[in-house]
Design a protein around this ligand. Structure first.
Ligand code: HEC
Length: 148
């Protein structure tokens, strides 16, 4: 048992290097932190879309996801400080010269995530659907401009 666990702990970092992932070795790991924060956002957001598109709307679990999304929506932004553009970042350089526009895109997302929570609290499928779309649009819009 112990052997297996040790082996896994040894193999994982090797794979991270060998599989072509660049590790964030800078102090505080801002790139790794914001990427992790976005992955968490995706993990909260995606199940809502799956409900609306495939599985059918389930008001209580939709509300749980909407609450979780609202709770973590602020996480990535503090990690976009000056001098945080280096591998493995997938952000575009333009982000740092267009901070006002980037922040406006961010605020659209934050407001849409709040509105999604309000909609989820009504437990109406139509309201949830209508409020889901602007959040999705806010991800797409910012990625189109500032992520490759
Ligand atoms: C205001 C801009 C903005 C908004 C809004 C935004 N993102 Fe992103 N996202 C980025 C940027 C920039 C990156 C690249 C970060 C990096 O690699 O340094 C990114 C990266 C990601 C990644 C990849 C993380 C990785 O490990 O490479 C995922 C997944 C993601 N975003 C999901 C989402 C989802 C889902 C939403 C909406 C619910 C969203 N993002 C909203 C700007 C945004």
């Amino acid at each position: 048992m112990l052997y297996k666990k040790t082996l896994r702990l040894l193999v994982l970092p090797l794979c991270l290097v060998a599989c072509g992932e660049v590790e964030d070795t800078r102090p505080g790991q801002p790139v790794a932190h914001r990427q992790r924060a976005f992955k968490d956002i995706l993990n909260r957001f995606e199940p809502m879309g799956i409900q609306l598109r495939q599985e059918g709307y389930e008001a209580e679990s939709f509300l749980v996801h909407a609450r979780q999304l609202a709770a973590i929506k602020d996480a990535p932004w503090a990690y976009f400080g000056a001098d945080t553009q280096y591998p493995p970042s997938k952000a575009d350089d333009a982000l740092w010269t267009e901070m006002d526009t980037f922040n406006a895109e961010r605020d659209k997302f934050l407001q849409a995530a709040d509105a999604l929570l309000v909609a989820a609290e009504t437990r109406s499928a139509d309201a949830a659907r209508a409020a889901y779309a602007p959040v999705q649009e806010s991800c797409r819009s910012c990625h189109k401009r500032y992520k490759h």
